[in-house]
Design a protein around this ligand. Sequence first.
Ligand code: ZN
Length: 81
Amino acid sequence: MQMSAGEKVGHAGVYRVHHQGHRPSHNSILQQGETFPLCRICAAAVRFEFTQTLNESEEIEHIGYDRDFMDAVLGAARTGS
Ligand SMILES: [Zn+2]
């Protein structure tokens, strides 16, 4: 099941992030209650697919540290305070 930017994250976990051609798919962590962010390049065309629940041993970064989502995540945090 694929989720779109703007939808609420229902389950914390590792998500496979599918872009529209400008970079390969990658894994990022999202926490429950967050909003799937817009990609700075493919914007609302980006898709998120749940792959697994959080595992402390996984070396995967939260999506807020990804260069394509940093601005969207930080912007949402600012307006939400
Ligand atoms: Zn993208």
